[in-house]
Design a protein around this ligand. Structure first.
Ligand code: ADP
Ligand code: MG
Length: 212
């Protein structure tokens, strides 16, 4: 859908849409906090829901007092807030993702696919996880690939494709044995549980699909 269609379908992620995305993530992690915490209680330390609520609530609060007219600035601020407010592994990882995404959008506001790829690269640089290690990378990688492949169809279609791919990627972590993060300490006992971080990544892309 192009900018002149008049249908109300957004063609790019502007500052208002980026704010709406972050608010939708905060709402989703609040609604699903117990589920994320239960998943993390099974193969980690049970704080993933709490960590993400604290981080995204803080991001919404920080953005309320932040004058920014680009998606890049909004998402960079979100990432910086996550890094400073979330103690768990997911804070620095998601913080790096949003900071890299924001920086990439500041350089080229139209290239959300390239920005998401930069976010994934930042997560991998920091956490050193590969697909199959039972982490957020297992949802993030297929989501970014699906977004890039569907990008010619427009923002909403690409976001919907990414959300589906992220959900499928999260579900596919269940039979895996964790090789990174706290869950890896469990060895074979990590098998049979969906990874909490891959699950929250699916929420993040579902929120993007909801607002676009
Ligand atoms: P912590 O493990 O410190 O308690 P959280 O519970 O908030 O932090 O986040 C756990 C999630 O972080 C895991 O489910 C996994 O998806 C993700 N994670 C942990 N370590 C890594 C890593 N090295 N690379 C990518 N993701 C990771
Ligand atoms: Mg945890």
């Amino acid at each position: 859908m192009d900018a002149f269609s008049g249908s109300g379908t957004p063609s790019a992620l502007d500052a208002a849409l980026a704010r709406a995305w972050v608010a939708a993530i905060a709402a989703a992690v609040t609604t699903r906090a117990a589920e994320l915490t239960d998943l993390d209680a099974a193969i980690g330390d049970g704080d993933h829901g709490v960590n993400l609520r604290r981080g995204f609530d803080a991001a919404v609060a920080a953005l309320a007092g932040f004058e920014a007219d680009t998606a890049g600035a909004v998402l960079t601020k979100t990432g910086t807030t996550l890094v400073s407010k979330v103690g768990g592994a997911s804070g620095p990882l998601y913080g790096s993702l949003f900071r890299a995404l924001g920086k990439a959008l500041a350089d080229d506001p139209a290239a959300l696919g390239a920005g998401l790829q930069a976010g994934l690269d930042a997560v991998v640089r920091l956490g050193k996880a590969s697909p199959g290690d039972k982490t957020m990378v297992d949802a993030l990688t297929p989501a970014v690939d699906a977004y890039v492949a569907a990008a010619p169809s427009g923002l909403a279609a690409a976001a919907a494709a990414a959300a589906t791919a992220a959900a499928d990627g999260a579900a596919a972590t269940t039979p895996l044995q964790a090789r990174k993060g706290r869950a890896s300490y469990l060895g074979e006992r990590s098998v049979g549980h969906q990874d909490p971080g891959a699950t929250s990544t699916a929420l993040i892309f579902a929120a993007l699909a909801d607002v676009t």
